[in-house]
Design a protein around this ligand. Sequence first.
Ligand SMILES: *[C@@H]1O[C@H](CO)[C@@H](O)[C@H](O)[C@H]1NC(C)=O
Ligand SMILES: *[C@@H]1O[C@H](CO)[C@@H](O)[C@H](O)[C@H]1NC(C)=O
Ligand SMILES: *[C@@H]1O[C@H](CO)[C@@H](O)[C@H](O)[C@H]1NC(C)=O
Length: 347
Amino acid sequence: MKATIAPFLLLIAGLALGQERCDAPSPSVFCNTTEILAYETSDCRPFQVFVTRGSDEPYPGRLGNLTREICSGIGGTDECGFENVVYPAKSTSWGTDVWCDSAGQGAVNGQAQMKAYSEKCPDSKLILLGFSQGGAVAQDILGGGGGKVFACEQDANPAMDPTSSPGANVVAAVTFGAVVRSKYQNFTVGEGADYDGQAPRTPEQLAGLLAYSDVLLDYCHYGDPMCAVGSEPADVYVHLDYFLEHNEEVKKWVVAMAKASDGTASGKPSKPTISSTSTSVAAKSTVMSTAMTSTVAVTSATATASVPGDAEAVKQVSPPYNTGAAGSLTPTAPYMPALAFLAVLWL
Ligand SMILES: *[C@@H]1O[C@H](CO)[C@@H](O)[C@H](O)[C@H]1NC(C)=O
Ligand SMILES: *[C@@H]1O[C@H](CO)[C@@H](O)[C@H](O)[C@H]1NC(C)=O
Ligand SMILES: *[C@@H]1O[C@H](CO)[C@@H](O)[C@H](O)[C@H]1NC(C)=O
């Protein structure tokens, strides 16, 4: 009996923990708290983080917490600030062409903002973070973007030259669940590495991105329906849990890259690899993730889930998901039938 109750208790504990976090799959708090916004600035700081949020998230989205973690690791508000890449971040549920218009604006604006900041603050080092649609945009900013995604065509934008400002000032960039990405790249972390996203990058875009491979991590989970199309079973939860899973290692890496870039530390850190983390952690996350699949499936009848990637693609791979443009996962109530369901399943 004890043995069967254990995973159930673990799940409840996991959900309770998840709900206190603004960067968790749910509830959708989205990290625009005073504590996090304290780092938002366009003033010159030694390090400036450009935050490219996911679809339909209010600024700065789930990335806000990781941004604060990174900035506090670098030395606090005197040393590090952030600005949002200004763009609509609209999902396809707003219309067929909306995603492409949105992402295209993000790529152009992000490059312009980084250029303007570097002109104003030539000694500052830049860090770029992007999640979901924002992950695709961040990769577009670095390597160039554009082309067919979902049912629309995104305008082309050129790569940012890595040998001159602002490209040369980029000391670390991390994307999570990027909607447009290519398989088999040496900057990818995670088992989604063997799959393309909703669209692959063109050879020119990949060449542009590879020029940043030393400073780039592209996180992609197996089963993420946005960044690893065809990895089955597809599960929206693994698109939303990057920050529960990887904040610590990403923070450590970005902070160490920052310190290596200004000579505070000698030598660059090695890149994190998911397979090097302990198997017990991996096993636990599989249990959680499987449990959450059931949760989302069971609650989809009553809850409207906001999927920061793309609504239509999620519908394609898993009909039970109901994604709303402005909706959000209803915080607590929908978990109740799911917990009951899981209790039946496990006990
Ligand atoms: C921020 O991330 C850290 C590290 O993963 C976590 O411990 C903390 O609970 C998160 N805070 C919020 C508000 O999400
Ligand atoms: C955070 O975002 C929500 C949703 O857009 C908004 O209602 C709220 O006013 C924002 N809070 C702050 C402090 O900006
Ligand atoms: C990734 O591969 C490219 C060649 O395809 C190489 O130029 C680059 O140095 C590699 N980067 C890393 C970080 O291994």
